[in-house]
Design a protein around this ligand. Structure first.
Ligand code: ATP
Length: 307
């Protein structure tokens, strides 16, 4: 190595840094390339949801880099307006299955349809308007409660905000906050409990009044009281909507029209609570385990309560 004068050394250093920056940006680009992109077809029409019927036809999906598919050849058909529970062991693929409905990911094989339309053939904006989603860990941005509920609109009608909150079972606690709907919720809603955040997120989804709603129940941080309250309002807010509710506590979806049981990315059982318990399969086993846990928490005595 020749000894470089300071100016040249600086130049080499800059080039070196540029090279490594370029290399890492190439890596990023190739990562993005290998990762799936959600594209909208040119001239894609809007989706106009009518009945809200949902169909999965031979759908498989693997996360990039994963050895096994998260969803493995799932076919199902759900009538518009149905209330559908989705249950199964942790990591079974429940959330992933529903994320394919509004194209958070696209399947590697098979087709997802809403009212007979392939979801990948319509505009993303119309699809996302048609399918409301409440995630396990909903994001609240710094702003007031009302702004968080109505973030889809610049100048929201307060009455519509309150209606959505009421339907989501949030109105009662919002009224106890210092400034009601004008209370600042802080970054990530730090001053609210997990259950309260979920209810605000549900209110946000209901504010848009989507014909199809996907609810991903949080595994933790929803206490029993909140769970019971969510259960109570689930039916009320379902109305004519098609609702998919991922549930960790089976009692949340005990009354569902249909319960889909997912295990290892496959749809292993499909039916109402009574039928599934009678079948004696995965659902019956999960149900017995949860009843056992509740009974044990009660000290093993007393009447058996639903989990
Ligand atoms: P839980 O009940 O714990 O919420 P789940 O049934 O909803 O689980 P998914 O979250 O759909 O299961 O996950 C299915 C599988 O895909 C799991 O093995 C999980 O680790 C994996 N997975 C989920 N999200 C991702 C991701 N973004 N990238 C890679 N793998 C993922």
């Amino acid at each position: 190595f020749a000894v470089l004068d300071p100016t040249r050394r600086l130049a080499v250093d800059v080039i070196d840094r540029y090279e490594s920056a370029a290399a890492s940006s190439r890596r990023v680009v190739s990562l993005l390339r290998s990762d799936q992109r959600i594209d909208e077809r040119p001239d894609a029409p809007d989706l106009a949801v009518e009945a809200g019927a949902v169909e999965y036809d031979g759908v498989s999906f693997a996360y990039s880099g994963a050895d096994t598919p998260a969803i493995d050849d799932v076919s199902l058909s759900v009538d518009g307006g149905a209330f559908v529970g989705v249950v199964g062991p942790t990591g079974a693929g429940k959330s992933t299955l529903l994320k394919l409905l509004f194209r958070l990911y696209d399947p590697d094989a098979g087709t997802v349809r809403i009212d007979g339309r392939d979801v990948s053939a319509v505009t993303l904006s119309s699809l996302r308007r048609g399918v409301g989603y409440v995630s396990q860990d909903p994001f609240l941005f710094p702003g007031t409660v009302a702004e968080n509920v109505a973030y889809a609109e610049a100048d929201p009608d307060r009455e519509a905000v309150v209606d959505a909150a009421r339907l989501a079972g949030a109105d009662e606690f919002v009224r106890t906050l210092p400034d009601g709907y004008d209370t600042e919720v802080g970054e990530r809603g730090a001053s609210l409990s997990g259950g309260q955040r979920q209810r605000l997120a549900l209110a946000r989804a209901l504010f848009v009044d989507p014909p199809i709603l996907v609810l991903d129940e949080a595994t933790s941080h929803v206490d029993n009281e909140t769970g019971a309250e969510i259960r109570r309002c689930l039916r009320a807010m379902a109305g004519d909507r098609t609702v998919f509710a991922v549930a960790h506590r089976l009692s949340t979806v005990r009354d569902a029209d249909r319960i889909l049981v997912v295990e290892d990315g496959r749809l292993v059982e499909d039916g109402c609570h009574e039928d599934l318990v009678a079948t004696g399969g995965t659902y019956a086993r999960l149900w017995r385990t949860q009843i056992g846990a509740v009974t044990a928490a009660d000290g093993g005595g007393g009447e058996k309560t639903a989990p």
